[in-house]
Design a protein around this ligand. Sequence first.
Ligand code: NAG
Ligand code: NAG
Length: 398
Amino acid sequence: MITKTLLHIIAFGIFCMFMIYCNYVELNEFVEKRNNLRLSQVRSVLQKLSKDSKNAKFNDIPLVLIMCQNKGSIFQSSTASGNRLQWQRQKEQFKTLFGSLLYFSNLAQIRVLLFTDSAKTSAELLSSLAKWPRYQRSRLTFELHNIPTEMLHREQLMQWRPCAWAKMFLGEMLPDFDSVIYLDSDVVFLGPVEDLWDIFSKMNTSQSIAAGSEPWYVEEGRKRPAAGTYGINTGMLAMNLTRLRSAVDAGLGETLQNIIVDQDPPPRHDQDALNIFLVDRPEMLHELSARYNFIPSSCLKVAPKCKDCTEKGILVLHGADSSFYRLVDAKSKDIYHILYEATDTLEDSLPQLLGKLEHQMSYIDSQGSRFTFMCQHYENYNQQLLHHARAMVASTLS
Ligand SMILES: *[C@@H]1O[C@H](CO)[C@@H](O)[C@H](O)[C@H]1NC(C)=O
Ligand SMILES: *[C@@H]1O[C@H](CO)[C@@H](O)[C@H](O)[C@H]1NC(C)=O
């Protein structure tokens, strides 16, 4: 009888200890899970939420691209084979631009206005994104528009590149839009597109165009009018169209058309024309650092020091003058080509992508003077190019 009771007590004791142990393990696991969650997931979710809400105000400011296949009536160009090559590159750049944008952005939805010379052009561009996973593809909302040729169809413009000129008519082309961010098709993102929207909050009430500098104007000895401190490049423009429309009665495009008539030397392109215009209207220009539009000439000795690039990283890398396709600067060209390959399927994770970029930058450095390129002696170049990628990878690992 006594032994039976004793056995029960012992059994009950063992049972209790077992339960306490189980609870302990479970509790520990729970705490660990919660810690993991708190440390990585929750933080990144919170960061994402606060980022999204911080930019909520600007979420309806669209990106704008204007692209032509250079075929058809007013967009006819001289050589057919040169055209095909050009068009092939443009499609590659289109895919690389938007793929890189998705790699570095936290946004679930990004609005893009795509102006083209024909529905066929738009269809071909969009089909270059066909290999992407559906959820990535769905983050971009493309609104398709035709370039209003009647606005551009005039003899003067025909000698230039009407497709490139079209961006100067955005105020008229988009009468219902307050602001847009215009991008050339030969740019890639190395950081979050979200940062572009912050530009608008730094513009004062007379500034309607924000642009980065084009130090070539200074390098050439200021033979041509150069707006701002160094001249401006039109590869990335944050434009407040409301202000632009109210400051320029006839419209910017129309006004530039009149300006270029008796210029000496004659402007080479729409960028020269915009520089000429803004020299006399400095209050309309908001000058940006090279962080927002880094071109090979940003490495010239005469170029402004980009403190912003070192501290925050280059955000937009611009392959101006086909420099993603010819050896002007080895690092930016190779970065483009790594991004071009990764954005075919978007399968690489950001750490994998960063690994490839780091590897290639070290390789170029190890080759020393075997390569001649424009940014060879530019200080902290790797850090400026990879800052955003390194920071984003580090924040997901910690
Ligand atoms: C553009 O300018 C107008 C007029 O100054 C202003 O009301 C509007 O908020 C500006 N838009 C942005 C995005 O800053
Ligand atoms: C905006 O800033 C520019 C450049 O500093 C200046 O020329 C202009 O007068 C400013 N406009 C206003 C309304 O403060």
